[in-house]
Each structure stands twice: as C-alpha cells, then as structure tokens.
Design a binder for this molecule. Structure first.
Ligand SMILES: Nc1ncnc2c1ncn2[C@@H]1O[C@H](COP(=O)(O)OP(=O)(O)OP(=O)(O)O)[C@@H](O)[C@H]1O
Length: 240
C-alpha cells in the first residue's frame, strides 16, 4: 500500500548541506495503522511532506497503491493526491464559512461528484464519527474534539489509499485525545483504511499496531510490547 524504498533527503542552503533522512525503507500494508514517532527535529515533517508528494526526495522511491509518486509530474501528482491521499491536521483546517457537512463534502466537490451523492456520503461519515446532529453547524460552533471528528470524516470521503494524520491530537486534552484515537482505531478496523499517524508522543504511538521511530534521520522499527532497551538502530529496516 505504502512502500518507502531507500529514501534520503538533504536540504541545501548555499554550500551547506543538511542530511535529514538517511536511507529509510519500510512498508505499510493495506488496513494497517502505524505511528511515525520522533522527537522535534527528527525529520517527521520532512518524511510526511515527501510521502504526501509535497516535495521530491534527494534519493529513493515512494510507492502508494503501486504508483511511484517520485517520478510523477506535478499535474499527475495533484490529481493522484486528490484520489489516493487523505490528510488530518493538528489544527483541523476546516473552512469557517462552510457548514460541517459542506466541509466533509469538499474533497468530492473537487472531483465533480453529484451533490446528492456527496451529501449522502458526508452524512454517513458524520454518523460514523459520532456527531450526526452537527451537520448544519459551522466549525466555530464545535469543540476541538468535534472539529477533529469532522476533519477525520473529510479525510475519509474520497476513500483514499492512505491517510496521513499529522499530530491529530496535538491540540486536544487527554480525554479528548483518547476519544479521537479510539475513533481512528474503530474506523481503521471498520473501513480497512490505512493510517500513518505522525506524533512526538509515545502514548499516542502506543495506540497503533506498529511504531516507526525516527532518530537523527534514521528509522528504527518497534513492535508493540518491546522494551525500549531492546531496540536496535540502523538504516533500512522493513516492516513486513
Ligand atoms: N527547508 C529546510 N532547510 C534546511 N533544513 C531544514 C529545512 N526543513 C527542515 N530542516 C531541518 O531538518 C530537520 C528535521 O526537520 P523536521 O521539520 O522534518 O523535523 P520534525 O521531526 O518534524 O520536528 P517538529 O516535531 O519540531 O516539527 C531539522 O534539523 C530541521 O532544521
């Protein structure tokens, strides 16, 4: 589903070159929910931007649903992104002047899907995230946790191959964080959607099936239940 092969990335500023990601390889299978865990500066955002096709890597390949996004043209990539990739952001990124339902429908507006079809799908998803009664309210009338539920529903409406969630509970209190993670887990099971959750919080990462840990640009894979002391570092470790 998501395959990262020998990915490296460096930033160049004049003559200065900063290596941020080093020879990273991993696979996430369809229906898996994995966490990408790393402290500040470990390279999480860079990896996320690369996987989302927002920048090209210095080296390596990124395959989503069998398509290598590294070699795609900008136009093809924009189209591919609309159909295959969903996003959930820390700050929800809902449009203030659209209702909850209209926000959820928006990705399908860009795909020219009929209004009645969009509406039906949006309302079904709103039900799945547990706030069907909020359909005609505006984002400002919702709590943070409710807004994140809307953002989750929006990310699912195109039935993407993979959803990248960037610190999805970063703005929420502990109780709401638990609710949102429970919803993500439920949806992951119910819809067989693939999720990659980017976080710097080990408690959040611990809710997923697998943890991909980034340290100094290298990837370390962990399985749930392994003690910190048993981790081994090094490049190019694959999850299968
Ligand atoms: N455009 C850039 N030019 C040079 N260096 C950069 C650039 N963008 C990021 N970096 C460097 O790459 C490293 C990784 O940054 P990145 O933003 O990917 O980390 P992160 O794990 O997402 O951190 P945070 O959790 O704080 O957002 C940092 O050392 C950062 O300074």
């Amino acid at each position: 589903m998501l395959q990262i092969d020998r990915l490296s990335h460096s930033f160049k500023n004049g003559s200065e070159v900063t290596a941020v990601l080093r020879d990273i390889s991993f696979r996430v299978h369809k229906g898996q929910m994995v966490a990408l865990l790393g402290s500040s500066g470990s390279g999480k955002s860079t990896l996320l931007h690369l996987m989302a096709g927002l920048m090209k890597p210095t080296e390596g390949d990124i395959l989503i649903a069998g398509h290598n996004i590294v070699s795609m043209s900008e136009n093809r990539l924009a189209e591919f992104r609309r159909h295959h990739i969903g996003f959930i952001f820390q700050a929800y990124e809902l449009l203030a002047n659209l209702t909850v339902r209209e926000n959820i429908e928006l990705p399908l507006v860009f795909q020219s899907v009929q209004p009645s079809v969009r509406r039906k799908k949006a309302l079904a998803l709103l039900e799945q995230v547990g706030i069907p009664e909020k359909a005609e309210l505006f984002p400002s009338q919702l709590s943070g946790g409710q807004q994140q539920r809307v953002s989750i529903a929006r990310s699912l409406i195109t039935e993407p191959s993979v959803i990248f969630a960037d610190e999805p509970t970063g703005n929420l209190d502990t109780r709401t964080e638990e609710e949102i993670l429970a919803i993500l887990k439920e949806l992951n099971k119910a819809l067989d959607t693939t999720f990659v959750i980017v976080t710097h919080e080990r408690e959040v990462a611990a809710q997923t099936e697998h943890i991909l840990s980034l340290r100094d640009g290298y990837l370390i894979t962990e399985r749930q239940g392994f003690a910190e002391a048993s981790l081994t570092g090094g490049p190019a470790i694959a999850i299968t």
